[in-house]
Write a protein that binds this ligand. Structure first.
Ligand code: COA
Ligand code: AMP
Length: 630
């Protein structure tokens, strides 16, 4: 076996040879003319001229190679207390038939399809069916409000929307149909039709535009995989940027297959046939890459879990799932482990189950705090790997690559760059800074295959956001440092993105919503520390002069407005009215200073004016720093 250093060196020195050799393990209808096309640098393309199909590589290839009877998907819905299993053969049948449904609605190669579904196997079936016929899916997370769905409809203009009647949150049924109808009504662009999966917990009322999933599947005929170019988009996944307009991250077909399949063995040390569980949601990048695509490319059994780590029914649910389904690798966000640790600090529920099948735990979505890392390590007795990645990159930038060579773990670090990634820390002027000092974390171009080649319909925004500031590099938007052993430490974002329970949110987008309240003159939103969710958004609101209404009422309306416009996932429950916002002389709001003070404040949920009015503290602190200057 090659050591990590050898593999890393080879991937960096000869990227074309390295990835071309790995690409031999993928099924291609036609091989590439060029491994990397740099003719449009700094925009690069991988495996140009090649033809393949994602669905073939995820499903059909395994049936052809004799894995048809192996489980492809286990759906464990802790929230409904049900388990459903699909073999690769059954998955092929369902996917090819749903591809038939899509085709009968006129969906063809290059058309967009929005998938608005909770954690049910049909979400993966819909995604794979799109890939089967070369349609581009865009999955929208169920925790977003109608307005966010409308923004995505207008941006990607889907021919069709595939949705379910409801999602299930503890103690609450989230009816999707009213949200969907409102989104379509709000959007300028109108899709031709919606296909609705009726769940038994709640039936959606149907209009002329809507078609029933089951009925459609009964009358359709299966459709075969269509060859598409390696450079054709597989999906668009919207993520938060610095404005209210989300960024449509595009994933390539060919590079996506090559890289994700490679990561299963090399990063996660997972072999075909192993049960792999990413406890996330299909609406996030982790769900795309590690609930659906990578485990299926690798011939694993993927576990699709519907529920929460605690309270469905108790903090032992993760251990029950691991033991019952023989899970070998678990991947989730640190917040899930913080939730379990909070409910069951001694790990008593752990003793009820045999989880000796578990080989490793991978965490991502936010920095894993050493407390949580060490608690998980001690209780589970397996390596706990913090790894760093982003929607844009599609797979890990830094990780301990357990399938190559396990490196020593350093608390607070996602270890070293994965083969294919060359990182640096730069100062504002773009100069490389010495090891140990904080700067912008950047990755040398071209990025490895499977990362994003573009933003949907937004080439200029792509350039401005990621490529302009540091020519020759991809700007990750994260700040951190690299130590003398090459270990990377990711400390914070350099933009206004915050991470709430592993969910990426833009404070700018929340500010836009708050500013739309008729009584709000201006506002600032910042992420403040939270023991469970990592960060929570806090809104400081300045009212228009002359407003004499009850401030508590306005605060409640603002909180509701964010829930209605962005969705419950924003977890926006902290807001205070302040007299003014501290600013620099040039008018920039001092969010950093405000955050520091807010982090030391005990917040009640929801925050009201009875909570400490932070303006006085902010003012005091600014004065102690010498503000106002001059
Ligand atoms: N559909 C509708 N609403 C949703 C939703 C969905 N798919 N997902 C979350 N919500 C709602 C929640 O019900 C909650 O609503 P509430 O304000 O009425 O209580 C709100 O959005 C905030 O959700 P969340 O921040 O996730 O908090 P939570 O209390 O429901 O759960 C955790 C907290 C830590 C248990 C949960 O976030 C978790 O399991 N996270 C780890 C896994 C993960 O999803 N990681 C992300 C990418 S790796
Ligand atoms: P998302 O695109 O939703 O996956 O969020 C990506 C962002 O989450 C990154 O830019 C980081 O800010 C943060 N993030 C993800 N994983 C880690 C990690 N392991 N350590 C620190 N930050 C992380």
């Amino acid at each position: 076996m090659n050591s990590f250093n050898e593999v890393y060196k080879e991937a960096c020195e000869n990227p074309e040879e390295y990835w071309a050799e790995i690409a031999e393990q993928v099924y291609w209808y036609k091989k590439w003319d060029k491994v990397i096309d740099d003719s449009d640098a700094p925009f690069y393309r991988w495996f140009v001229g090649a033809q393949t199909n994602v669905c073939f590589n995820a499903v059909d290839v395994h049936v052809e190679q004799g894995r048809g009877e192996q489980l492809a998907i286990i759906h464990d819905s802790a929230i409904t207390g049900s388990i459903r299993k699909l073999t690769y053969l059954e998955l092929q049948d369902q996917v090819s038939r749903f591809a038939g449904v899509l085709s009968s609605h006129g969906v063809t190669k290059g058309d967009r399809v929005i998938v608005y579904m909770p954690m049910v196997p049909e979400a993966a079936i819909a995604m794979l069916a799109c890939a089967r016929i070369g349609a581009i899916h865009s999955v929208v997370f169920g925790g977003f409000a109608a307005n966010e769905l409308a923004v995505r409809i207008d941006d990607c203009q889907p021919k069709l929307i595939v949705a379910a009647s409801c999602g299930l949150e503890p103690g609450r049924i989230v009816e999707y149909k009213p949200l969907l109808d409102r989104a379509i009504e709000t959007a300028d662009y109108k899709p031709d039709a919606c296909i609705m999966l009726q769940r038994p917990q709640c039936k959606a009322s149907m209009t002329q535009r809507d078609f029933d999933w089951e009925e459609a599947m009964r009358v359709t005929s299966p459709v075969d995989c269509v060859p598409v170019l390696a450079t054709d988009p597989l999906y668009i996944l919207y993520t938060s940027g610095t404005t209210g307009q989300p960024k449509g991250v595009v994933r390539d077909t060919g590079g996506g297959i090559v890289s994700l399949k490679w990561t299963m063995k090399n990063i996660y040390n997972s072999d075909p046939g192993d049960v792999y569980w990413a406890a996330s949601d299909v609406g996030w990048v982790v769900g795309h890459s590690y609930i659906v695509y990578a485990p299926l490319f690798n011939g694993n059994t993927t576990l699709l879990f519907e529920g929460k780590p605690v309270g469905t029914p108790d903090p032992g649910v993760f251990w029950r799932v691991i033991s019952e389904h023989n899970v070998k690798v678990l991947f989730t966000a640190p917040t899930a482990f913080r939730a379990i640790k909070k409910e069951d600090p001694e790990g008593e529920y752990l003793n009820k189950y045999d989880i000796s099948c578990l080989d490793s735990l991978f965490l991502a979505g936010e920095r894993t705090d050493p407390d949580t890392l060490n608690w998980a390590k001690e209780k589970l007795g397996v390596p706990v790997v913090d790894h760093w990645w982003q929607t844009e990159t599609g797979w890990a930038i830094c990780s301990n690559c357990l399938g190559i060579e396990q490196l020593p773990i350093k608390d607070g670090s996602p270890t070293r760059p994965v083969p294919g990634w060359q990182l640096a820390t730069l100062d504002e002027g773009g100069n490389e800074i010495e090891s140990g000092e904080i700067g912008s974390l950047v990755a040398k171009l071209p990025l490895p295959p499977g990362t994003f080649p573009s933003l949907w319909n937004a080439r200029e925004r792509h350039f401005e956001s990621y490529l302009k500031n540091f020519p020759g590099y991809y700007e990750t938007g994260d700040a951190g440092f690299i130590d003398e052993d090459g270990y990377v430490f990711v400390m914070s974002r350099t933009d206004d993105v915050i991470n709430v329970a592993g969910h990426r949110l833009s404070t700018g987008a929340i500010e836009e919503v708050l500013a739309s309240h008729p009584n709000v003159a201006e506002c600032a939103v910042m992420g403040v520390n939270d023991d469970l969710k990592g960060e929570l958004p806090l809104g400081c609101i300045v009212l228009n002069s002359g407003v004499s209404r009850d401030e508590n009422e306005i605060v409640s309306e603002c909180i509701q407005l964010v829930r209605d416009k962005i969705g419950p996932v924003a977890a926006f429950k902290l807001a205070v009215v302040v007299k003014r916002l501290p600013k620099t002389r040039s008018g920039k709001i001092l969010r950093g200073t405000m955050k520091k003070i807010a982090d030391n404040t005990e917040w009640k949920m929801p925050a009201t004016i009875d909570d400490p009015v932070i303006l006085d503290e902010i003012t005091e602190s600014l004065q102690s720093m010498g503000y106002p200057k001059g």
